[in-house]
Design a protein around this ligand. Structure first.
Ligand SMILES: [Zn+2]
Length: 385
């Protein structure tokens, strides 16, 4: 109900030139934000520094898409014949986002480096290290696409063991709790959906919490995957398809009505349909919003036109995500800064964004409670400078 929904809603600050301010803050990394509170004890920090230290949960981030130049350098050194540069500077340049076609090139080059179960383990563990150490992530639902690894000759049993080894080690070494979402690469059609469902149901572990659908939307209608989502949900997995990233609101309706979506990846076009926004709000279906990715893929033309503010004003829960961060030359911290700019948030508002992701997560209750307490403690002890 309305009251329930409004409790804990991300506040939106009114201002005269929201888009100009958003652009300025995105450029400057938010250093110009001050909320006017006077210091009375805790350390004073800029909004940027506040975001960097804020304990966070990430719900929309891809496994292979999280491989940084440092990680790719390690993988490329293991497979020198693959032709991926092993020189750090060359790799950094290779990773610089130019356009969507180049992103696909980088992504496929990394996919091609994941050839053995040890590659999967190294990738997962190192991604977890960067999440915890670089972004202060305490919980993440990492979207994995086992289909592409199995296609390259890694048995699903070995794949599962590799990610699980990394998960346990990451929790032990970095204090990061990881959960998995297996997604269907939509462009590979029904065979990929059949296989991914089987990996999830026949080989899934307790840490597998969600069933997703990625890849292009144009030419890949969502309804064809309804039987797969029905079975995955019957097996206790949560439905988290991408929808409405590059196609209209009907795709989001399909995801909700036919695939039983409990969260939506992107959902940009939902902003065009007030009825849909009202439905998402009243059913508590969160949108996983990744602003920089949306600009990079041209799902949204410019940051000024990003619908995040529309979602929040309509009462739709949002979870800020980074999607494929190194490949879009971003980080989750940077996405929080961009979101703060779009919404006009101060440190309290940014802390609330972090809480919103925890609420929208499928984390165990004890993990949610612990993370909420960490956010409260951090926000209470840190004052804007
Ligand atoms: Zn995605």
């Amino acid at each position: 109900m309305g009251g329930e929904r409004h409790r804990g809603r991300v506040p939106v600050r009114r201002r005269r030139h929201p888009d100009r301010a958003a652009r300025r803050r995105a450029r400057r990394g938010c250093d110009d934000r001050r909320d006017g509170r006077q210091p009375d004890g805790g350390p004073r920090v800029s909004l940027d520094a506040f975001i960097a230290g804020l304990p966070k949960a990430e719900l929309h981030v891809h496994h292979v898409g999280s491989a940084s130049p440092r990680i790719v350098q390690e993988l490329a050194a293991r497979h020198p014949a693959a032709g991926v540069p092993t020189d750090a500077e060359e790799l950094r340049r290779f990773f610089e986002f130019r356009d969507f076609a180049h992103f696909v090139e980088v992504y496929l080059a990394v996919v091609d480096l994941i050839r053995t179960p040890e590659d999967v383990r190294v990738l997962t563990y190192e991604v977890a290290r960067e999440m915890a150490e670089g972004q202060r992530l305490r919980y993440a639902e990492l979207t994995c696409t086992p289909y592409t690894s199995v296609l390259r000759g890694i048995a699903i049993e070995a794949y599962t063991e590799a990610i699980e080894d990394a998960r346990v080690a990451a929790e032990r070494d970095f204090g990061l709790v990881l959960r998995w979402i297996y997604d269907i690469p939509g462009e590979s059609g029904i065979p990929a959906a059949d296989a991914t469902l089987s990996y999830a149901i026949d080989h899934g572990t307790d840490a597998l919490v969600g069933f997703g659908l990625g890849g292009p939307e144009i030419g890949v209608p969502r309804p064809q995957f309804q039987p797969h989502f029905d079975k995955a949900r019957a097996a206790g997995l949560r439905s988290v398809p991408h929808a409405g990233e590059t196609t209209g609101p009907q795709t989001v309706w399909d995801a909700v009505r036919l695939l039983g979506a409990e969260r939506i990846g992107h959902g940009c076009s939902a902003a065009q349909d007030p009825q849909l926004l009202a439905y998402l709000a009243s059913h508590g279906i969160a949108l996983e919003v990744c602003p920089t990715s949306n600009i990079a893929t041209r799902a949204v033309a410019t940051l000024d036109e990003h619908p995040l503010r529309t979602f929040v004003e309509a009462g739709v829960p949002v979870a800020i995500g980074s999607d494929d961060p190194p490949m879009f030359s971003t980080t989750l911290n940077q996405e929080y800064a961009v979101a703060a700019g779009l919404l006009g948030l101060d440190t309290d508002g940014v802390a609330e964004l972090s809480r919103a992701s925890v609420r929208a997560s499928f984390a165990p209750d004890a993990v949610k409670a612990r993370l909420m307490a960490e956010i409260d403690a951090y926000a209470g002890a840190t004052l804007p400078g």
